[in-house]
Design a protein around this ligand. Sequence first.
Ligand code: H2B
Length: 222
Amino acid sequence: MRQWNGRWIELIKGSLQTQYVRQYPIQRVPMNRMLQPCLRSPSNSKVVPLTSFVRTLLVGAHGRFIYSSSSQVTQILQDHVKVSSSRNSYYGFRTFCTAKDLSTKKCVPCNATDLRPMTEQAANELIPKVPGWSLVNEGGTLKLNRSWKVKSFTKGLELFQVVADIAEAEGHHPDLHLVGWNNVTIEIWTHSVGGLSENDFILASKISALDFHHLLRRKAVT
Ligand SMILES: C[C@H](O)[C@H](O)[C@H]1CNC2=NC(N)=NC(=O)C2=N1
């Protein structure tokens, strides 16, 4: 397995440093729709997402990105590299699918022993996929957060019920707050890992897809 990982790393290094990095500007890097494997370090102790690995390859000797910005690299990889946290491993790599189809994915049981909290960098790369949601760090615990103003206290409870139905279906649950009778805030994080997992983004995406505008207070016309 280790030799195979090493081979894989050499392959990527080779292709990126010879074929693409010198000949194509970043926007035309013809990266195939490859599955983003996580590369295992030789000691097998560390799992490095390919996105970060490739990004280090694109850093020139002088420590600056050969390309205009790391966000471009991330965007290229996000668009072309499939990312999700499916459990199925492929030759020891965790396979992923695009962050774009979060709302079509299913949450996985949170009691899996290999579930780890997502890094802040990974969370920042995913947050654009759940518009309206904010990434907050509460005493070192990363969470997703979104607020609404509802028409009344009872409409707030109705909104909770609609969200509860989704949460129960997904087996993954948000923290629900109803403050000052009409201020609803939903926080989503994975309690079993003390941080964020892809489950949280999946649930946020499904909550965003719910139609509960009839429960919300109309925005004051300015
Ligand atoms: C086995 C099942 O996945 C766990 O009990 C679930 C239930 N819902 C959950 N919801 C959230 N947000 N975090 C959890 O860790 C969690 N665990």
